[in-house]
Design a protein around this ligand. Structure first.
Ligand code: GLA
Length: 744
């Protein structure tokens, strides 16, 4: 049993293999959070001594004692306007304007399996080990009940959380805030690691101390955004990649989100995460309920790498519904950076033919194949073929690609509309616009109002129509602007605050249907690169295009940042041309491949422009990737070196779950004339085993290197003594070391 109720101590404890999480039904039925951390047994209620703190209010019933305040005791799901001035988790408003939340325990239930959420993606129970704890709290004055849901995955060290709010009163209730999770850490000195960025520079890791006051990470774009990913880590001030206490909070949500971290007057820390509450309201009639998105919580005592590995496995194995999540993915070639909008059937077929000769398995036709789309100013919404470019339609093109022995993939952006389109001319009111005001444009386009059932139905029918009509093996599903001008004529005046969340529910409704109906299609998400790179999307899409920046040196940070929460198998990563189209930087072809292998490996260049020698190298790269594909997809990923180190290199390692195979990759980012030896210690190996080590150096003049030579080392030597690299030389050289355990 991973969930234990101790009736005498009034505690509810959630145990995973390495962590324990405990709450206690405290005085007056307030649900206190007593502990989350390394696995431990017992009642942790005594950690939290009541204390008379001036200006921290006391519940009326306990006022004589004065020592007990909601404002200082750790809460499981904080209320509002009832004595706790710290971050609120729930705020509701009655018809007469009375507002807040004062939540007291009513009952709890322990159930087998995972719980589902209305209209939202939630973790599954792939191994039949999940257990669910439901704790119901009530605010009788406001007439509401909150069911706190906890999914416990013992062997995965993961706890899911969500809240289900029901209007139990006779009148209408307006939710003004409904968070997914609240986590109080009453003691400790914590750093916050979060992932900020911008278009073509997503998920840059930043580590800062948690200071007094409130820090906010969020998005108001109705997409999880390039700017702030809905994932944060709180770690011990001294935690490293390989040691120290770390907590992760990841939202399974793709819309406007908010995570706030507060260090309060008593130095305690509270994190509240969920739907962004500013501009949000939700109206509940009597008996109606609202489910919040799910949050995934993980605690590890042994550093950031272990935390990441647990998220990677969980997303791959317990969240993603796609059969491709754990299956080999085809090596693709995408024509975007090869042609942009400038192509016809002959050009595409010529590229596909070369792609096949290089060893690719899937050809992807990107933007520009529909309507009269010759640049990015028109035709979104007109998902029928551009006959000017592709005379005879898609059929002969697809037949040509298939005849080459390749799978066929297609780009779509169905949540959007161009003003210059037949769709917009027919349904101008489907685009988000505030009446009386010109809407703002993003990439010259408008966003469709996915809160309207007829719009999401149209999107579903349109894409399903393409998938039924054509032999399509892969879809790249893009969205290329943030949402603004939030107003829907389909919602009553008092419910406009629901629009952002309703749009997010709309896209989930579409994806739920499409991915269930077409399970044989590999879907890759995209949002101008990685603008919607989150666990909500990863429930449906096993991979997401990581960034529009394909420069491999820039990608080192983008992919390393992404790796804190998301598995390599989720990150679309391509080898593109040099000089790079976004930065102008020149990099060796093999370095581009080494970086793309730390992701969903593919190519995005014109193979017709390659020399014979480059083609030969690409064939070797694809063969190498195939050898390592299972290891890279399923293995445990380690970031080598600390973020704050001014390293001249980037290195990462993947180790198979059985510890019998490993691949370490390294890119030198700053060569120097007389470098100190580059020495690294491996991670994750079996110290008792012996390994064959094979070193591959790329694009480097390295006279000392014994490239390709195999040597034998013990696991303990590689783990504790390490390995010194032969000198790497030149612009951005790279290396890979493959280790294979020698059978006893
Ligand atoms: C977005 C994507 C790119 C490409 C273009 C096409 O920017 O991220 O990969 O598909 O759209 O317009």
């Amino acid at each position: 049993m991973s969930i234990v109720y101790d009736a005498a101590a009034r505690t509810l404890t959630l145990n995973t293999r390495s962590s324990s999480y405990q709450m206690q039904i405290g005085p007056l039925g307030y649900l206190l959070h007593t502990y989350y951390g390394r696995r431990a047994e017992g009642d942790f209620g005594a950690l939290h001594l009541p204390k008379d703190v001036g200006f921290s209010p006391n519940p009326h019933e306990l006022a004589a004692g004065r020592g007990w305040s909601l404002d200082t005791m750790p809460q499981e799901f904080s209320g509002a306007n009832a004595g706790d001035f710290r971050l609120h988790s729930l705020k509701a408003e009655r018809e007469d304007g009375a507002w807040g939340a004062d939540l007291r325990y009513v009952r709890h239930e322990i159930l087998p399996g995972a719980y589902g959420l209305e209209g939202l993606p939630a973790a599954l129970d792939p191994d039949g080990e999940a257990e669910t704890l439901s704790v119901t709290l009530r605010d009788p004055a406001l007439g509401l009940e909150v069911e706190l849901l906890y999914g416990v995955y013992e062997s995965r060290d993961l706890i899911t959380r969500a809240a289900r709010i029901t209007n139990t009163g006779a009148g209408t209730l307006r939710l003004r805030k409904a968070a997914s999770a609240c986590l109080d850490l009453p003691f400790g000195d914590w750093d916050l690691i979060h992932f900020h960025g911008r278009h073509a520079m997503e998920r840059q890791p930043e580590r800062v101390p948690v200071l007094h006051g409130v820090q906010s990470i969020g998005s108001q774009r109705v997409e999880s955004s390039h700017q702030h990913n809905p994932f944060v880590i709180l770690c011990d001030r001294h935690a490293t990649q390989d040691s120290g206490d770390c907590y992760g909070l990841m939202l399974v949500y793709s819309g406007s989100h908010l995570t706030q971290i507060e260090r309060d007057q008593m130095d305690a820390v509270r994190v509240v995460t969920g739907i962004r509450d500013e501009d949000f309201t939700w109206t509940l009639g009597p008996g109606e309920r609202f489910d919040t998105p799910q949050a995934l919580l993980c605690f590890r005592h042994d550093g950031l790498n272990a935390l990441s590995q647990h998220y990677h496995r969980f997303l791959r194995e317990a969240l993603c519904r796609s059969r491709f999540s754990r299956a080999p993915r085809p090596v693709l070639l995408n024509n975007w950076e090869a042609t942009y909008f400038n192509f016809d059937r002959e050009k595409i077929l010529a590229i596909a033919k070369e792609a096949k000769e290089l060893g690719a398995e899937l050809f992807v036709l990107d933007d520009g194949w529909f309507g009269k789309r010759n640049d990015d100013r028109s035709s979104l919404g007109d998902w029928f073929v551009n006959e000017q470019k592709l005379a005879g339609g898609l059929e002969p093109l697809i037949r040509g690609v298939k005849d080459l022995g390749l799978q066929f993939g297609l780009w779509v952006e169905p949540e959007m509309v161009s003003e210059d389109s037949e769709l917009y001319r027919a349904h101008p009111d489907w685009a988000l616009t505030v009446p009386g005001r010109l809407p703002s444009l993003g990439r010259s386009q408008l966003a469709l109002d996915l809160s309207r059932p007829e719009v999401s139905e149209w999107i579903y029918q349109t894409v399903a129509g393409l998938l039924r009509r054509y032999e399509i093996d892969y879809i790249k599903w893009d969205i290329n602007r943030s949402l603004t001008d939030l107003y829907s004529p389909a919602l009553p005046a008092g419910q406009q605050g629901e629009l952002a969340h309703r749009c997010t529910l709309g896209i989930y409704r579409v994806l739920e249907r499409l991915t269930a109906e077409f399970p044989q299609v590999l879907f890759e998400g995209c949002a101008g690169g990685g603008g919607r790179f989150d666990a909500g999307m990863l429930a449906y899409f096993p991979q997401i295009w990581c960034s529009d920046d394909t420069d491999p040196i820039e990608r080192l940070t983008i992919q390393r940042g992404s790796s804190y929460g998301y598995p390599l198998s989720a990150m679309g990563a391509h080898v593109s041309a040099s000089p790079n189209h976004q930065t102008g930087r020149r990099t060796p072809l093999d370095t581009r491949a080494v970086v793309a292998m730390a992701g969903g490996f593919g190519y995005e260049l014109d193979p017709g422009k390659l020399s014979e020698e480059e083609k030969e190298r690409i064939r070797a790269q694809i063969a190498r990737f195939r050898r390592y594909a299972d290891l890279l997809r399923e293995g445990d990923y380690y970031r080598i070196g600390e973020e704050e180190d001014p390293a001249d290199y980037a290195a990462w390692q993947v180790v198979s779950r059985e510890r019998d195979e490993s691949l370490l990759s390294l890119v030198l980012t700053h060569p120097s004339a007389n470098p100190a030896p580059l020495h690294l210690r491996f991670r994750g190996l079996d110290p008792e085993a012996r390994y064959t080590l094979r070193l591959e150096l790329f694009d480097a003049y390295a006279p000392e290197a014994e490239i390709g030579e195999e040597r034998v080392y013990t696991g303990s030597a590689l783990l504790y003594a390490g390995f010194t690299f032969p000198r790497l030389f030149g612009d951005y050289p790279s290396a890979q070391i493959h280790l294979k355990k020698i059978a006893d």
